[in-house]
Design a protein around this ligand. Structure first.
Ligand SMILES: NC(=O)c1ccc[n+]([C@@H]2O[C@H](COP(=O)([O-])OP(=O)(O)OC[C@H]3O[C@@H](n4cnc5c(N)ncnc54)[C@H](O)[C@@H]3O)[C@@H](O)[C@H]2O)c1
Length: 248
């Protein structure tokens, strides 16, 4: 039996990087996939790859910073497939690093709107559906930046700490409603998000990691499958750290 057989899996930011790798891994595990990403996303390749694995899938446009768009995306998912079993709240942006003393307010507002408020909007409407149907599983994409700080990243650090706060709240409020919420905390992962970073920065991240390499999106996808599946049935507010030993 595959681990996500017949599960309806909704993935924000599912058209790239970690979200796409998770979608493909979930498809291999028997799930039906909803790729929720910006309306500007060129999603045909992602859907083709998922279909090639024999899984059902669809694309729904979403801007997680826009509450109406979040509601519509979840409504469309439930209209098409009748329910929503697993949500990976993964959409996020990095932003240009800057000291706090000269961090542009627009940068702060944008990162908080997408990476934190966007997570709240998603979990709010996912939980409404889970309560109606009698349960569900939430996996929130945090970051090692949800546990530690790096200079220059104050809005990202604040947002990802907040994502862990949201996850905790779900765990304590809905644990007796057949709803579990957990989070993944990766250090740097080889995705388009970090590919534009200067070579010296990439070298420093690798050098600072005991395993001397970055994380691969497929490795985060495996963590997602664990937290999404019954294998993690007693995990509630687990923060699964994938950092190659950095915290050690
Ligand atoms: N790459 C890393 O090093 C790393 C490390 C730790 C955590 N993360 C987190 O993982 C998640 C995915 O990042 P990634 O590295 O795969 O990045 P990515 O840039 O490859 O993918 C991000 C996806 O989110 C989508 N997105 C952006 N803004 C959106 C919005 N407002 N509404 C809906 N979708 C939106 C993008 O279109 C894209 O498909 C993010 O939350 C990120 O913070 C990444």
């Amino acid at each position: 039996m595959k681990r996500l057989e017949n599960k309806i899996v909704f993935i924000t930011g599912g058209n790239s990087g970690i979200g796409k790798a998770s979608a493909l891994e979930a498809a291999k595990e028997g799930a039906t996939i909803v790729i929720a990403d910006l309306s500007t996303a060129d999603y045909s390749e992602t859907l083709n790859e998922i279909e090639a694995l024999g899984a059902k899938c669809m694309f729904v446009p979403i801007d997680v910073a826009d509450v109406e768009s979040v509601k519509n995306a979840i409504t469309k998912t439930v209209k098409e497939y009748g329910r929503l079993d697993i949500a990976l709240n993964n959409a996020g942006i990095a932003g240009t690093p800057s000291g706090i003393h000269n961090m542009p307010e627009e940068t702060w507002n944008k990162i908080i709107a997408i990476n934190l408020t966007g997570q709240f909007y998603c979990v709010k409407y996912e939980l409404q559906q889970f309560l109606k149907q009698g349960g569900g599983v939430i996996v929130n994409m945090a970051s090692l930046g949800g546990l530690i700080a790096e200079p220059g990243l104050v809005p990202y650090t604040a947002a990802k700490h907040g994502v862990l706060g949201i996850t905790k709240n779900i765990a304590v409020q809905y644990g007796n409603e057949n709803i579990r919420a957990n989070a993944i905390c990766p250090y740097y992962v080889e995705t388009p998000m970090i590919s534009a970073a200067p070579d010296e920065a990439q070298k420093a991240w690798i050098e600072g990691t005991p395993m001397k390499r970055l994380c691969k999106p497929e490795e985060v996808a495996k963590a997602f499958i664990y937290l999404a599946s019954e294998e993690s049935s007693y995990c509630n507010d687990t923060h699964l750290i994938l950092d190659g030993g950095v915290l050690a």
